[in-house]
Design a binder for this molecule. Sequence first.
Ligand code: C5P
Length: 302
Amino acid sequence: MLCRRTASSLVALAPAKLNLFLRVVGKRTDGYHDIETVMTTVDLYDTLIFRPAARGELELSVRIAASGRRNEDAAEPIPAGESNLVYRAARALKQAAGIDHGVRIELIKRIPSAAGLGGGSSDAAATLGALNSFWSLGLSNEALLNLASQLGSDVPFFLGSTSTGVCRGRGELIEPLRALAGLAFVVAKPASGLSTPAVYRECRPEPEGTGSAPMCQALQAGRADRAAQHLRNDLQSPAERLNDDVARLACLFREQPVRGHQLSGSGTAYFGVCDSRAQAAAVAGRLRSRGVPWVQVVQSRC
Ligand code: C5P
């Protein structure tokens, strides 16, 4: 999370993520799945603006930035009010700190929802970190991590300064990875979204198989070509079975000059690994001309 303070507000940027590797290890008794995933944050951000409000007042407004508009017709509307993770993060923080402070939060969305890009989780983590500072609460990182894992499996990853990491358990156990930044990706999303629980219900865990070590080594060396060889996402087949748009995007990517390609998280966003930003921009143009409604060029962050 990146934060900037002005005289009367605090502005936070919440990055999107891509899952470069995702292995579903097994089903747990609590309804979740144990996973091993390598996530990297990219330079596509939602903006959150925190402004003072009267005691007890908790207000959230959400709007889609101009750059996100092409995805406005997406099947999944962005939840507002109490159903938004940002609202729930602010409320959880107030309860944990035992305070009744107020805040007005403006959320400007660029990261599409129901996409597997972690937008909601990143927004929630940014809210925890920013409000801890905005309200001068002084909650420890451990306390924030505890709240984050209650809000969602991906939220803890976004809380710290880790740009790339291996996440295990249900996703909340994070091992930071010193990866070289600047890998270029083209990311595309169809108009339809997918529900994470539905995709997990459809997947078949694979306890055996290669772990994330080769992918981690490729990222530490900053080698897009080698990273592309070790892409894996066990949620892609179930997502393709549930959503024809994902299967169509996979076909479109097979025709593109990318190093490798796959679904991010539970979808429906799909990405290609490119050699450079210029190559990613060329592929983005071709995907747009084939009618894909939302296409972005992004790079991994340091
Ligand atoms: O943790 P989060 O609220 O994001 O998870 C949403 C749903 O996705 C869970 O209720 C569960 O059905 C599924 N899930 C899972 N295993 C994970 C993460 C999520 O089965 N590791």
